[in-house]
Write a protein that binds this ligand. Structure first.
Ligand code: HEM
Length: 212
């Protein structure tokens, strides 16, 4: 029997819309920032040095990762997904392609990340898990394993959201007066490990609700 607390798949409460709209605004903001780095005639030193050191990798990363961030936000909205299944399929393909390119370039950039080995491993593992979870979500979809597809894509998008959490923690660490290098090493892990734990909690909760 359906639990009374579960709303119809195509309906979203006001609170759900508010939460999702906030997420979408953050995704659009970070995506616009990344694209601006590519278009700016005088980008900030940090981005300019990335583009100078790894012109192809940084270009691909700044151009493709924002697509994953925004497409993923549209994908996780249940109301949009259930009403527009064809759109969901096309955005899904775009998401997978964007993660493939953004993740491969992110991995190559991770090997030279600021802060030394601790940040390199943090971002490197993030890139590998991003590619892996998205790949497994894609394979599950091709095999018509809907629950596995949902679970892996939730994990994948939780990792995509590292792009937002990173850009919240960096200014927060500056406001707190923490030394940049040390803070950056911690943030290279903090930007994604808690996201993944929350995704895991959501996945288990969804499975429990479904079996109830
Ligand atoms: C989730 C997997 C991701 C990984 C593994 C990853 C990896 C990296 C790495 C290693 C750097 C360079 C950091 C350094 O040299 O210290 C970087 C920079 C950057 N990444 Fe990603 N990234 C990911 C997702 C994203 C997403 C989804 C976006 C979407 C906009 C994004 C946008 C950027 C931008 C704009 C920079 C330039 C640095 C800055 O100005 O903040 N990344 N990324």
């Amino acid at each position: 029997m359906r639990s009374p607390s579960i709303s119809h798949p195509a309906t979203y409460s006001r609170m759900q819309w508010t939460g999702w709209s906030t997420l979408m605004l953050l995704a659009l903001g970070v995506a616009a920032y990344a694209l601006w780095l590519l278009a700016a005639s005088n980008p900030p030193d940090f981005a300019a040095s990335l583009l100078a050191r790894q012109p192809v990798g940084a270009f691909v990363h700044f151009a493709c990762s924002p697509l994953a961030l925004v497409a993923g936000a549209l994908q996780i909205n249940r109301a949009i997904r259930t009403r527009h299944l064809v759109l969901h399929r096309w955005l899904g393909r775009l998401y997978v392609l964007a993660v493939l390119l953004g993740g491969a370039s992110g991995l190559s950039m991770a090997l030279q990340a600021q802060g030394g080995p601790v940040s390199e491993w943090g971002f490197g593992l993030l890139a590998v898990l991003w590619l892996l979870s998205t790949g497994l979500g894609f394979v599950a979809m091709r095999r018509n394993q809907r629950t596995a597809h949902r679970d892996w894509m939730l994990r994948s998008y939780a990792l995509t959201l590292a792009a937002i959490t990173l850009r919240i923690y960096i200014p927060a660490s500056m406001v707190a007066g923490l030394p940049f290098e040390e803070a950056y090493r911690v943030i290279a892990w903090l930007c994604w490990v808690p996201n993944l734990l929350v995704a895991e909690w959501v996945v288990r909760r969804l499975r429990r609700t479904a079996s109830a």
